[in-house]
Design a protein around this ligand. Sequence first.
Ligand code: TRP
Length: 433
Amino acid sequence: MSTTRYLTGITTTGTPHLGNFVGSIRPSVAASLTPGVQSFYFLADYHALIKCEDPVRIQRSTLEIAASWLAAGLNPEKVTFYRQSDIPEIPELTWLLTCVTGKGVLNRAHAYKASVDKNTAAGREQDDGVTAGLFMYPVLMGADILMFKAHKVPVGRDQIQHIEMARDMAASFNHLYGEHFVLPEAAIDDHVATLPGLDGRKMSKSYDNTIPLFSSREQLKKLIGSILTDSRAPGEAKEVEGSALFQIYQAFATPQETEALRKAYADGIAWGDAKQILFERVDQVIAPMRARYEELIHNPARIEQTLLAGAERARALATPFIRELRAAVGLRSLAQAPSAAKPVKSAKTALPSFKQYREADGKFYFKLVDAEGRLLLQSAAFDAPKDAGQAIAQLQKDPDALQALQARLVPVAGVSLSDAAAALHALAQAAAA
Ligand code: TRP
């Protein structure tokens, strides 16, 4: 079984909250323990610069996020856990991808378009306050993903477009310079809950309704006490539908425990008691991690070491790969033989093709050549162009027609009939796709 490589980045602008834990940290840590999976997790601090101009906050957030993931059980021996800005090959790759990305594609990126729409609605110039960093966000993200040949990228739905763009960048580059990149796919886990925040809307820093993952026990109790409920009195039956409290409980409790709370709602549990149950259940999950977190966060030098060790592992892949990519685009030693200048196109991106032509003898011919122009099939002479065309059509439709048409072909030195058949099959397959 070949391994599947998962990669995801976390922008270092905030403090992790319960929503991040349930939606990203917990499933990622669990996934990293699955056999046959190779995981890359990184702190997207270059991306953070696009949203945040406060250096203290960037540094603090990087520390808090790294400590949170490690406290939640991420094993840096088993996964590659690194900081984006420790990999200079990433900005270098960003430029190579920039040069194969249509500007119009970036114009259509959701985040950029949202800014433009906002400016337009407010009667401002469309790019008002928009940095080139925001515009280039998808290319930097593409470099993150393509650098490590990730197959799957676990992200929220809002990021799907970025993964599709990365895929397109990979395909364009491969088409121009040969098969270098893996085409990545978004991995969306529909079972993972989106946690509501204190006010019932999605828990998000931008709504200011979060419960920090590593609040103290007292702070956690206070915040859970402030979750919005309706005004039903003790003894009155409560609705689980639309209850933020219930949904948060569900994300932390077992199905049996959840059923018990559902029953308690129906039986008219007082909101105060329900909040106490939620608090104890969440704290039960968080407490052991909180202890590890406290230890880690007070030892930033150790986290720094962990990240640098991760970067070393990541660069062991990135450094040779960027060398290969530089050579592919022509950023090469001048001492290198110019014969190596031809891009390597593999059969996967570049298909063989038929050529039909007329020779000086007035007769009509066709040939099949591969992407590099090497001859695979050569026809004998046809009197009419129509006959040559029909033979091509037959071969395109059914590669096995090769046997029947043998009499109309001349042998090609160094190419067997089965080589030609394989090329025809590849062509037929691509046409069917
Ligand atoms: N843009 C992602 C987010 O906001 C963070 C990110 C940066 C990322 N680079 C990435 C995610 C590469 C996955 C892969 O959530």
